[in-house]
Ligand binder design. Structure first.
Ligand code: ADE
Length: 319
């Protein structure tokens, strides 16, 4: 039977005196504390339901994983990793883990309900975003990545399906099953130690995957910046930069960074995307060697944007 380490561990006296944080409730919830509604998401190892907490009438998204299925498919590490990452996160641009519990067959992750669903849905509905919407939503993704990377976490599967939208149309990033967590050194700087540097087999989604991941190179923060470049391109053009007839051809284009801009593509965005879709991850805009996240935020595509005010800014209407 699958034991979820963080849950089955007896609490130490130090832990017992800590006030309950959202994911450290005093008494474990059970499925009976919720009324389950429709399915709002489906993955290979999980189903996400809309649910209402009986005591508060609050809505949540509850991700349920079948233990038997996880064990049979040898995917227990994905759900452990996802919980580990969720418990580190406390930022308005991320889905929050409110509670976890389990019964004999299933694991339950009770998450923020992002009422307006996937950014991808809006992209499909609208085909393309205008420049103000692209600026706003990709700026929120940059602020989110800055926070995530400072914690030593690489998302590794950033894409418009994993960028959800809240009631007030701000982003809530989710899906940390394939994330990588690097340990922090004494200065709080993430380190890629020799053990950490083991080869990374392909994780993520074909269209957004970076060349270094395809080439089996070590985990790198730059992989998320590559995905950001793909997302900016997709928002403005409605198509993906390396889209091809099949996955193999897509991969061939990615490892050569072979793409073109459609006619009329915003000139500032063109400059930005061409500084993100760079083969050497260290050379991408936003990496330490190119001036870090502050250089990315200073790019002319974002000229005049009030970065600190983003969470309290009324989003431009997606239309
Ligand atoms: N689909 C998957 N996770 C979700 C969430 N947290 N909110 C809304 N829809 C989702």
């Amino acid at each position: 039977q699958l034991k979820v380490a963080a849950e089955s561990k007896a609490s130490t006296s130090a832990e017992a005196t800590k006030p309950p944080s959202p994911a450290r409730q005093r008494v474990k919830k059970t499925p009976n504390d919720f009324i389950f509604g429709k399915v709002i998401g489906e993955g290979s190892y999980s189903t996400v339901y809309l649910a209402k907490e009986v005591s508060t009438q609050k809505e949540f998204a509850i991700k349920i994983c079948e233990k038997k299925h996880l064990i049979r498919e040898r995917k227990t590490h994905f759900v452990m990793r996802e919980k580990e990452v969720f418990m580190k996160l406390d930022h308005p641009f991320f889905v929050k883990l409110a509670y976890t519990f389990q019964d004999s067959e299933r694991l339950y992750y009770v998450l923020t309900y992002a009422r307006n669903g996937e950014l991808l849905g809006y992209l499909h509905k609208l085909s393309v975003f205008d420049v103000p919407c692209t600026r706003f939503y990709t700026a929120e993704v940059i602020v989110a990545l800055e926070y995530l990377h400072r914690l030593g976490i690489i998302h590794r599967d950033l894409k418009p399906e994993n960028i959800l939208l809240s009631d007030d149309m701000h982003i809530k990033i989710t899906d940390f099953g394939t994330s990588k967590v690097l340990p922090l050194n004494e200065h709080g700087t993430p380190v890629n130690s020799p053990e950490q540097r083991k080869k990374n087999s392909f994780v993520g989604t074909a269209e957004y995957v970076s060349p270094e991941v395809l080439n089996n190179e070590p985990a790198n923060f730059g992989s998320d910046l590559w995905a950001l470049g793909c997302i900016i391109y997709q928002c403005l053009s409605g198509s993906m930069p390396f889209r091809s007839g099949n996955e193999y051809q897509t991969f061939q284009k990615i490892v050569k960074a072979e793409y073109t801009f459609p006619e009329g593509f915003n000139e500032e965005a063109k400059d930005l995307v061409s500084k993100l879709l760079v083969l050497d991850p260290e050379e991408r805009l936003g990496m330490p060697g190119t001036g870090g996240m502050s250089a990315l935020k200073s790019h002319k595509f974002y000229a005049g944007l009030d970065w600190d005010a983003l969470p309290s800014t009324t989003p431009p209407k997606l239309m």
